[in-house]
Design a protein around this ligand. Structure first.
Ligand SMILES: Cc1cc2nc3c(=O)[nH]c(=O)nc-3n(C[C@H](O)[C@H](O)[C@H](O)COP(=O)(O)OP(=O)(O)OC[C@H]3O[C@@H](n4cnc5c(N)ncnc54)[C@H](O)[C@@H]3O)c2cc1C
Length: 306
């Protein structure tokens, strides 16, 4: 009997599930165990059982910011896919962690609710966007979050206000002391406005994104954080790396801070390019770029929950 034997018979759990099919980037080896949940009570039960039996839990969203190892992820990978959006009142929307931010932006626009237009530029889930304080075009989650609820490994819910989340540039406590928590929902602040005007602003963010970033091709978003006073994309481009390829991965010819999956890329291809970009920029400009993408899995180069 091994520690996670209960997983073999737990409803909905899949063994040896290819994660490439759960990642927008289309890369990643198998999860030892995988489950999609929609109900926080089920998720709480799963987390409690994992904690009790020594099974490592890794949360994933849409996989738009995460490079999953070619060797896969040990333990249980969980996608909490609650996509419910509830308008509480003219000032508040409540979102399940699985809501996709572009959908949230469009739904709010059609209901005449302003404040979350930036979501159109963040092709990931609400839960992961709280985790990484996602932001686009001048607004980030920290600016609009009222509070969020996560489950501790014991399954107990904890609700934190935005102030208690310790948000920073692509940072929250969920990357730190709360890294073992699973975010299940968030309440965002909105305000009433003319639906046409909200939609116009949403469309203009989308148009700007399409003009400046690779669109319609698999990528992981910004690979590196912008260093103070500069742009990672500008530095990588100035280092002459735009268009550089490694296997099926390429530094985007359109925006040098994006790596695109042009032809069945592997995680190893991407990590090679990340290393080349980092080392070349350090060598040429003396700047140590900090990775924004999250690396999950067995190669141990990135973050693993436990
Ligand atoms: C073309 C493109 C453009 C992008 N533009 C932007 C942008 O402008 N601004 C921006 O901020 N980002 C951008 N991104 C990155 C990405 O969309 C965001 O970081 C998004 O918030 C990630 O969501 P996800 O669901 O894909 O997360 P994933 O990549 O699946 O996961 C990201 C992290 O969140 C954790 N996580 C996921 N779900 C939960 C949960 N329920 N509880 C706890 N932890 C969880 C995972 O363990 C992982 O560490 C872009 C990506 C692409 C592909």
């Amino acid at each position: 009997m091994s520690a996670g034997d209960w997983l073999r018979t737990f409803p909905g759990v899949l063994g040896n599930e290819p994660l490439a099919r759960h990642s927008q980037f289309g890369v990643g080896g198998p999860a030892q165990w995988f489950i999609t949940t929609r109900d926080a009570t089920v998720l709480g039960d799963v987390l409690r059982r994992c904690a009790g039996s020594g099974v490592t839990v890794t949360m994933i969203g849409a996989g738009s910011n995460t490079l999953i190892s070619d060797d896969g992820i040990d333990g249980l990978v969980v996608r909490h896919n609650d996509r419910r959006l509830r308008v509480v009142d003219d000032h508040t929307v409540e979102l399940g962690a699985g809501c996709m931010m572009p959908r949230v932006a469009l739904d709010c626009a059609s209901r005449g609710l302003a404040g979350v237009e930036f979501g159109i530029g963040v092709p990931g889930t609400c839960g992961a966007s709280v985790y990484g304080n996602a932001g686009a075009f001048g607004t980030e989650i920290a600016d609009v979050l009222i509070d969020c609820t996560s489950l501790e490994p014991s399954g107990s819910p904890v609700t934190l206000t935005a102030d208690a989340c310790d948000f920073g540039y692509r940072h929250s406590r969920f990357k730190d002391d709360l890294r073992a928590n699973a975010i299940v929902s968030a309440r965002l602040r909105v305000h009433a406005d003319d639906p046409g005007k909200v939609r116009e602003r949403t469309d203009s963010i989308q148009a700007e994104r399409k003009a400046s970033q690779p669109y319609g091709i698999r990528s992981l978003g910004s690979v590196f954080k912008n260093p103070p006073g500069d742009k990672a994309g500008r530095l990588i481009e100035a280092a002459g790396l735009k268009g550089r390829r490694s296997g099926g991965a390429q530094i985007s010819p359109k925006h040098a801070n994006f790596i695109v999956n042009v032809d069945h890329a592997t995680a190893a291809d991407v990590l090679h390019l990340v290393g080349v970009a980092h080392d070349t920029v350090r060598g040429r400009f003396g700047i140590d770029l900090e990775q924004e993408i999250i690396v999950l899995g067995r190669h141990g180069a990135g973050e693993q929950r436990g």
